[in-house]
Write a protein that binds this ligand. Sequence first.
Ligand SMILES: [Zn+2]
Length: 257
Amino acid sequence: MPLYTTDALILRTYKLGETDRIVVFLTRDRGKKRGVAKGARRSRSRFGAALEPLTRGRVAYFEKERRELVSLNYVEAERSPMQAADGDALGHVGYFAELIDEWAPEGDPNERLFRLGASVVDALVLGVPIGPLARYFEYWLLRLQGVYPSHVACGRCGADFVSQPQPGACLQPGERVFTCWSCARGGSGTGAVRGGPLSLDALRFLDEAAATGPDRLGGVPFPARAARELEAVHRALIATHLEKELKSARVLREMQP
Ligand SMILES: [Zn+2]
């Protein structure tokens, strides 16, 4: 029964029996795993608070042949989102963890996804504003899956979004590409546009997100209108690709003033 030690991000836990928990975690090098943490629900458990979602740390586990569940030996927290002082930031922890869980297939190594999650936890703890950080996370998560549309040129006619008579982009409901305003109107210039717009400010934020680490987002312009546009467009893209809305996303929206 081999023992593996690796860096991991805790994604979520479930109760198991009277005293144990099942832990879903994303390892740096061996993909997503599910394991049993024996005694994790006892008051003086060796796992302590290390099983909170988005905790990053060293994890050791035993893997048995032909068993889907591994057996957790220890979790040593190195960075916990609980270190973030901001309540709004803490409210997003479950959302980020649920998104990673939804997009990470079991046992499929994806080190870039692990690094994205780890860098976002670091940024949360550093106090990076949660608005731009959440949009950054969604952008990169979708991009790493290869499904974030080009934010530079129209997915239909190829025209770039900046030098159009009406600059900016548009996401029509259910679509997987951004289009220019002309294509969104069916080329006639008169058709109704139902989709979410992305103004030049929103497109500029995406330029920055593509080139910047999450720890630098505090210095990136993030006007309120661009923030609203990106939130709506990302929600639509995620719902289209996952074919559902996440529970944690709904909770977050209900918490907003
Ligand atoms: Zn077009």
